[in-house]
Design a protein around this ligand. Structure first.
Ligand SMILES: [Zn+2]
Ligand SMILES: [Zn+2]
Length: 265
């Protein structure tokens, strides 16, 4: 699989990166966008590998920094003069995704914009306990298999695991507070794209919202992943301290997400 970071700035877009958005290409050529925060569609236009009309979309949750570029994607898919969408793609999101996204793209609050012309809308299905691909609820996106588990956040939010037919796997946390579900769900993944909003260690931060670098490192260690990609660090955050926190818990490869970064695994 190939992952391109389209946006990794936490909570808000930053001067050097869009808010959350990632492009994933499977070994059989499947195209998937993971979240679409502010600035992501602009980043897509700087990334020749990505055709916005040819992507499935998965939303971790409906906070603005993860979905506000979606109405612009609809315009592109429907009205681009030479490269509109020609087939419906899958859109996997929280239960509230359809109504939320349709309101965001609508002309008036009572006139939501029906997105079913261009997307097949699906709701995350979660399994429980230790991850097991043979029994976990799954969506098939081409040859990719998409699994979900509950995140801990202030709104309905999901962890996503994508497994390729070549055996590689990636787990994306979206936004989540520390949760025992994460290492059980991410077990053995090649890449853990993990939010680390709150610096080295959370300290006095409110519960139930986000992780710090040490929480991300602990989850990576417990899950036994190969590579940890730290992301969702806000513009006011401290990348070095976040890395230090993760390193204090995890001895494997740790990277800090940057806009435009490409990972092949
Ligand atoms: Zn966020
Ligand atoms: Zn959030």
């Amino acid at each position: 699989m190939e992952l391109i970071v389209l946006g990794c700035s936490g909570s808000v877009a930053g001067p050097e990166s869009a808010a959350s958005g990632y492009f994933l290409r499977g070994s059989s050529g499947e195209n998937v966008l993971l979240d679409m925060g502010p600035g992501v569609l602009a980043a897509i236009q700087r990334t020749p590998e990505v055709d916005p009309s040819q992507c499935h979309v998965i939303f971790s949750h409906m906070h603005a920094d993860h979905c506000l570029d979606f109405p612009s994607l609809l315009v592109w898919r429907r009205y681009h003069p030479t490269a509109p969408a020609t087939v419906r793609h899958k859109l996997i999101g929280p239960q509230m995704a359809q109504i939320h996204l349709q309101r965001a793209g609508g002309d008036y609050p009572d006139q939501p914009d029906n997105i079913e012309d261009t997307f097949d809308v699906l709701v995350h299905q979660v399994g429980e306990g230790d991850f097991d691909a043979t029994i976990w609820p799954v969506y098939e996106v081409g040859e990719l298999r998409v699994f979900s588990a509950p995140a801990v956040h202030t709104t309905e939010s999901y962890l996503t695991r994508i497994q390729d037919s070549d055996g590689t796997s990636i787990v994306y946390t979206g936004d989540t507070a520390p949760t025992d579900v994460l290492p059980r769900f991410a077990r053995g993944a090649d890449l853990l794209v993990c939010e680390a909003t709150w610096g080295e260690c959370g300290g006095d931060k409110p519960e139930g919202m986000h992780m710090a670098g040490c929480d991300a490192g602990k989850a990576a260690r417990e899950a036994g992943v190969k590579t940890l990609l730290l992301t969702h660090i806000p513009p006011w955050g401290d990348e070095e301290a976040t890395f230090r926190g993760a390193r204090s818990e995890f001895e494997g490869e740790i990277l800090i997400a940057k806009s435009g970064m490409k990972l092949i695994f």
